[in-house]
Design a binder for this molecule. Structure first.
Ligand code: ATP
Ligand code: MG
Length: 254
């Protein structure tokens, strides 16, 4: 039975999509069966894997609308060893349509029951706002991964996240925080290190030992539609995500 990981929905640009993309392709490279799900109408994950969201036949939207159907109808095989349920631009209009459905937070969870045995890891990339898509992501997950950008305001995001998790626990009691991932660390500044230390003091073992540095290759890779493992396999960014994948599996079993 595969584990289902959702990135915590947090305000923009903290590295959610980069983490799903990089961690997912690293895990696939080491032989794991991996499914990535793009629930963000911005479709950054889809594009980061070289898939044009304007050209796909089915997206995560159709999966949510037909939760009793095996989601493989909307699953693409990518060139990078991961499967993808892509986002499409109509995902933006879908939120309203889904708002009237009974059990609307549980649609993805229901759909994924049918494919969990085919994967070792399923990673879900939510949009940055709290809404039907991000609630579906959390409700489908066993574990939430929290990216923490190492800047002065990082700690302010945490209480908000805890509130949301409480909300989801009302529907889904076994949801756990899988871990906090420090991202965008800037070794040139003391601030980054100070925030990291504060996060570790406050959250202890919940914080992964691996820290993802700010690395220009990670920012460049998506514009060429290649994951970091292919775009710059020896870059600091690629090596950090490899270390994170190893740490994740040693914590939770392969
Ligand atoms: N470690 C890193 N080093 C350098 N650039 C990074 C790193 N991680 C992410 N980026 C870049 O920062 C920007 C935001 O990252 P990303 O898209 O992963 O964040 P996000 O949380 O998914 O954003 P959104 O909330 O808009 O979905 C992107 O341009 C990405 O390429
Ligand atoms: Mg994103």
């Amino acid at each position: 039975m595969g584990r289902v990981w959702a990135m915590a929905m947090q305000k923009g640009g903290v590295g959610k999509t980069t983490t799903v993309l990089s961690l997912g392709t690293v895990l696939a490279e080491s032989g794991r069966r991996v499914l990535l799900i793009d629930l963000d109408p911005q479709a950054n994950l889809t594009q980061g894997l070289g898939v044009d969201p304007a050209l796909i036949a089915y997206s995560a939207y159709e999966v949510l609308l037909n939760p009793e159907r095996d989601p493989s109808f909307a699953t693409l095989k990518t060139a990078f060893g991961v499967d993808l349920i892509p986002s499409s631009l109509d995902l933006a209009g879908a939120e309203l349509e889904l708002a009237g459905k009974v059990g609307r937070e549980l649609l993805l969870r229901k759909a994924l029951r049918q494919v969990r045995e085919r994967y070792d890891h399923i990673l879900i990339d939510p949009p940055p706002s709290l809404g039907i898509f991000s609630l579906n992501a959390l409700a489908a997950a066993n574990h939430v991964l929290v990216p923490m950008q190492l800047h002065a305001y990082a700690l302010q995001a945490m209480p908000q996240l805890e509130q949301t998790i409480q909300l989801v626990r009302d529907i889904h009691p076994s949801l756990a925080i899988g871990g906090i991932i420090c991202t965008l660390a800037d070794r040139r500044t003391n601030l980054s290190g100070q925030i990291e230390q504060e996060v570790r003091e406050r959250y202890g073992d919940l914080v992964f030992t691996t820290v993802i540095p700010m690395n220009v290759k990670l920012a460049e890779a998506p514009t060429s539609g290649l994951p970091i493992t292919v775009y710059a396999p020896q870059s600091a960014g690629a090596l950090a995500y490899k270390a994170l994948a190893t740490e994740l599996e040693s914590r939770y079993g392969g």
